[in-house]
Structure formats: C-alpha cells, structure tokens
Design a protein around this ligand. Structure first.
Ligand code: FAD
Length: 441
C-alpha cells in the first residue's frame, strides 16, 4: 500500500466517520449512554487503580452519583496509552505521544490518594496502602491492571530491554523506544530473530504478533529480508483465541517466512551470550539469537493475587485474577466489590476495548446494588484488536465470549487486511480511548 493511497483513503474515511457513522472512532463497541438521572447516595466508593478502567470508572461514578464520596488510589501520576506502545516499539510513534498526566482525567470531585494498595481486606471492607493508611469503603471497584512477571524467565529483567538484542513492547514507553532501537539495528543487520509468547492470559494477545509482523515488514522495507531468519514460538499449537483469525495467522506467518515453533516456552535467557532456553515437547532447547522479543508471563498484582478477592480455585487462581461473575463483573463472594480491566478473571478481555465495554456494566451494576436492585447489565466478552500486519495495513478483529466475530463496521471484512483499521489505529483510536477515560463512551 503506497502512502499516497493511504492518505487519499484516510481523508475520505475520516470524512465518512465525521458524518456520524457512530464510530466511537473505536471499532470498540456500541455507545453506552449514561443513566438519565444521577442516583443519590452517601456511600463511600473506593477505586483501586487509575489506569484505563479506574479513571473511566471514576468519571462515570462522578457523573452518575450525587452525594457519594469517591476515592481513587494509585501512586502513578503519568498515564500511558498502552495500545500506542506497539507503534512506539516499531518506530512509527514517538514515546511522548503515549504519555499523559492522570490529573487531566481524574475529576475534581474524586479524592485521589497517591499511594499503592498493599492489602485488600474484603471481610473488613478496607484496603491498606504502602504508607500504612487504612481506607474503609462501602463499595470497592478493583482496577489494578496486571503485572509483568519477568522473573519467571531466569536471567530476564526489565533493565535488559534495549540491550543485547532484547526487546519487549509491554513494559513502558521508554522501553518501547529501547525496543525500537534494537529492532531497528536488527532490521539493518539481519541475523536470527526470535519472537516469544508465554502461556496464560496476557494483555493484548495481538501485540506479540504485531511486533513480529511489523519487524518482518521493516526488514522487507530495508531490503534486508533475506539476511534474517525469523522464528515465532508459541506455548501451545495456536496463535490466537478466535478460530478464524487463528487459522489465518497459522498460514500467514509461514507465508512470510516465519519458522513456527509450537509448544515452546521461554524459560531462561543469557543476555551476554545472546542465548535463550526453551522448554519444548522434546525437552529443553537452547538457541542463539541476534534479536529476541521477550513477552513475560502476566499475573494480577501482588496485593490482589495474595488477597481473598483473588480466585481461590479453577483456571483463574494461578494468575490471582479477581473472581468475578463474567457477565455482571460483580465479585463472586463479596457482593459490594466489582472489577474491570486486565485484573478480572474473565475468559476474554485484557484489552482497552474490553475496558470500554466492561466499565459501563460494572458501574451500572454497582449503582443498581447501591439502590437495592438487581445487577442486571451484562458484559458479553467483547474484545477487539486492530491486528497490524504491516505498516499501512491491519485487520479489525472483534469478538465475544462465544468467539463469534462481532464487527462494528459492516463494510470491513475482519479477516481482510485493509488500510481502514490501520488508519483507525494510527489516527483515531487514541481519541476514542481518551473519551473512554472521561467516561464519555
Ligand atoms: C503493548 C500493548 C499493546 C496494546 N494494544 C492494545 C490494542 O491495540 N487495543 C486494545 O484495546 N488494547 C490494547 N492493549 C491493552 C490495554 O492497554 C489494556 O488492556 C488496558 O490498559 C487495561 O486497563 P487497566 O485499567 O485494566 O490497566 P492499566 O491501564 O494497566 O492500569 C492499572 C493501574 O492500576 C495501578 N495499580 C496496580 N496495582 C495497584 C495497587 N496495588 N494499588 C494502586 N494502584 C495499583 C497501576 O499503577 C495502573 O495505573 C495493549 C497493551 C499493551 C501493553
């Protein structure tokens, strides 16, 4: 796709959107209206985590309640637009584009405690922070996101990103930029490149694939494709949870020259020697590389994982995910607790698109419970990923708990690589995300 074609198409597309196709510029679900009238309550509602989900909850609750005391707890003052990290790590965006101040988004009406919760005590209806402050609540919204568990890979830590050929898109804007530096060097020089993916739930499961495909595209653009051997390692025998997309990717990556290594899990890395160890069906295998994209296993943050709020049994227990009803997002055992975002134990989720669909449900159901009514709104598992296949081209994949495709735009085939989802990713989704933070969509 030429830049000229993209630019012409982009102008018409943006015009089309502007006349109100109802694109929350998102491709991320239907518009969600507010309650007609705010509810009156003197409840104290505490939100833990001021990321995508927590800030969006704070805005909705501020608007949809009268008299409530709302507190949000998070030490982090800078907000990262994480979906943009993929574009930073592939040299398309500058890191400054993905960083903002949380103070722009947290409403004045909300009391912001700039501390970290170290203990959840749902039986006593309180949380404890790292300064020892005890914060009592009537209702709790858990929105802590997740934690990158680099330590699960022997020899790996975040300080290695950008050194010794190691990249990782997931950490933060600075390390996304450091990742771009090593990707840029690798695509200049060629060599052996390895892309990894851990077992278990991860946020934006499309991101490791996007990095692999954008790196391959970069090699072609520089005329260096023949100089590189690329391997994609997967912990099982699939690449993506949605079956049609999985089938597409399983033939698309080999077509682009990736060697596929199935049932393969990165267990150790020797950064100095540029050597990675994988657990495979045939036993432990060591591979020397010039470049490696490391994706660490992910889990709920310590405080949540070690608390009574975490799933105590079943498939969500090992990650310590919040034990919620997958539709109402109400805690399975503590009825005054709700959650949204990456920390919740739902079969599908862990995208900003899911946050957009979950937050209105969690907030609505909380307000119903406050009024003594049934938690009657349901999250259907909606998630979405503009699966970037190369610069200028992506697939807009949207699906639900049934793994059924639920396309927002009838005119885009979700299985077709197209410039429209690329334009959305590059130019429009950040605006939609910011509107979500403000609780407006
Ligand atoms: C590389 C990458 C690419 C992505 N691409 C896409 C995409 O294309 N489309 C898409 O929809 N989504 C994408 N995502 C996923 C999306 O960004 C996340 O799903 C979303 O940010 C989750 O929001 P959250 O509020 O649950 O977590 P976060 O936004 O991570 O926020 C969690 C907050 O909780 C705070 N916190 C944690 N523990 C505590 C504690 N104990 N006490 C107080 N505060 C705490 C943290 O400081 C943080 O501010 C991507 C993510 C990454 C990393």
């Amino acid at each position: 796709m030429t830049d000229k074609k993209i630019n012409n198409g982009r102008r018409s597309f943006i015009k089309l959107m502007a006349v109100g196709a109802g694109v929350t510029a998102t491709g991320i679900g239907a518009l969600t209206p507010y309650r007609a009238e705010a509810i009156t309550t003197n409840a104290h509602i505490v939100i833990v985590g001021a990321g995508a989900a927590g800030v969006s909850m704070a805005n909705r609750l501020a608007r949809e309640t009268k008299g409530a005391r709302i507190t949000i707890i998070d030490r982090r003052e800078l907000h990262t637009y994480q979906p943009g990290l993929t574009l930073v790590a592939t040299g398309i965006w500058k890191p400054t584009k993905v960083v903002d101040s949380n103070a722009h988004y947290i409403p004045n009406k909300v009391n912001w405690i700039k501390e970290t919760v170290t203990e959840f005590n749902p039986e006593g209806n309180e949380v404890v922070t790292d300064t020892g402050q005890r914060v009592a609540y009537d209702y709790l919204m858990v929105a802590t996101g997740l934690e990158l568990n680099f330590e699960a890979i022997e020899g790996m830590h975040a300080g290695l990103i950008g050194k010794h050929g190691i990249a990782c898109v997931y950490d933060n804007p600075e390390n996304a930029m450091n990742s771009w530096n090593v990707i840029s060097q690798f695509t200049d020089e060629g060599g052996v490149g390895i892309f990894t993916r851990p077992p278990g739930a991860i946020k934006c499961a499309g991101a490791p694939l996007k990095i692999a495909m954008l790196t391959e595209h970069q090699l072609r653009t520089k005329g260096n494709r023949e100089r590189a051997q690329l391997t994609y390692t997967a912990p099982a025998t699939g690449l993506f949870s949605q079956p049609d997309v999985n089938e597409f990717l399983k033939s698309h990556l080999p077509e682009r020259g990736f060697n596929m290594h199935w049932n393969s899990r990165l267990t150790a890395i020797d950064a100095q020697a540029k050597r990675a160890t994988f657990q495979t069906a045939e036993g432990m295998q060591q591979v020397e590389y010039d470049f490696i994209h490391v994706v660490p296993p992910m889990r709920a943050p310590d405080a949540l994982r070690n608390s009574m709020l975490a799933a105590q049994a079943g498939s969500f227990a090992s990650g310590g995910w919040l034990e919620v009803n997958k539709h109402s997002l109400q805690h399975a055992r503590f009825s005054n607790v709700f959650g949204a975002g990456d920390c919740v134990g739902t079969p599908i989720g862990k995208t900003a698109a899911s946050v957009k669909a979950q937050v209105p449900v969690a907030v609505h159901n909380l307000l119903q419970v406050i009024q003594g009514k049934a938690a009657d709104a349901a999250y259907n598992g909606y998630t979405s990923c503009p699966l970037v296949t190369e610069k200028g081209e992506a697939m807009l994949v949207e699906f639900d708990y049934d793994l059924k495709m639920v396309p927002s735009f009838g005119f885009i085939n979700p299985l077709q690589r197209h410039w429209v989802p690329w334009v959305m990713k590059d130019y429009m989704l950040q605006g939609a995300y910011n509107a979500m933070l403000r609780g407006r969509v």
